[in-house]
Design a protein around this ligand. Structure first.
Ligand code: GTP
Ligand code: MG
Length: 149
């Protein structure tokens, strides 16, 4: 029942990568539990990345996140937080392996296409921030084809 928060950043939306990114999570066997496209305000972006507020790149990061609409999602599955981060790849695309989203689609750390929660606790906080009205309660009929139990 683990959940993670995934956000396709403005560059991923502008470059038409939404479908491919969703497809990777879907094909893996994770279930999409919430999704919306939003243009967030500065104060909201600052809240989302509040842990990084002392970093020298914080201002540039916030400008980047508010530079266009983003696609916010909640994905569910066993180990989805850690596996989601593996699917996304290393923060700096220079270190992201080919086959990962960042490894395949981008070059610069400041244009790295996608966000994924870094721990179960931060996923819970981010899901509450982005989806305050809750997520969709549905059960995939593919479940027994993906999970033994
Ligand atoms: P997120 O999934 O977006 O949280 O990335 P991450 O967990 O892999 O990395 P981290 O939380 O440390 O940094 C958040 C985001 O800040 C990164 O994804 C980058 O978009 C941006 N960022 C990180 N380091 C730099 C940097 O040195 N310069 C700039 N401009 N942006 C950076
Ligand atoms: Mg992070």
């Amino acid at each position: 029942n683990e959940l993670t928060f995934i956000m396709i950043k403005p560059d991923g939306v502008q470059r038409g990568l939404v479908g491919d990114i969703i497809s990777r999570f879907e094909k893996k066997g994770f279930f999409l539990k919430a999704m919306k496209m939003v243009q967030v305000e500065r104060s909201f972006a600052e809240k989302h990345y509040s842990d990084l507020s002392t970093k020298p790149f914080f201002g540039a990061l916030v400008e980047y996140i508010i530079s266009g609409p983003v696609v916010a999602m909640v994905w569910q599955g066993k180990g989805v937080v850690a596996t989601g981060r593996k699917i996304i790849g290393a923060t700096n695309p220079a270190q992201s392996e080919p086959g990962t989203i960042r490894g395949d689609f981008c070059i610069e750390v400041s244009r790295n296409v996608i966000h994924g929660s870094d721990a179960v606790g931060s996923a819970q906080k981010e899901i509450a921030l982005w989806f305050p009205d809750g997520i969709v309660d549905w059960h995939s009929s593919a479940h027994p084809w993906i999970y033994e139990n």
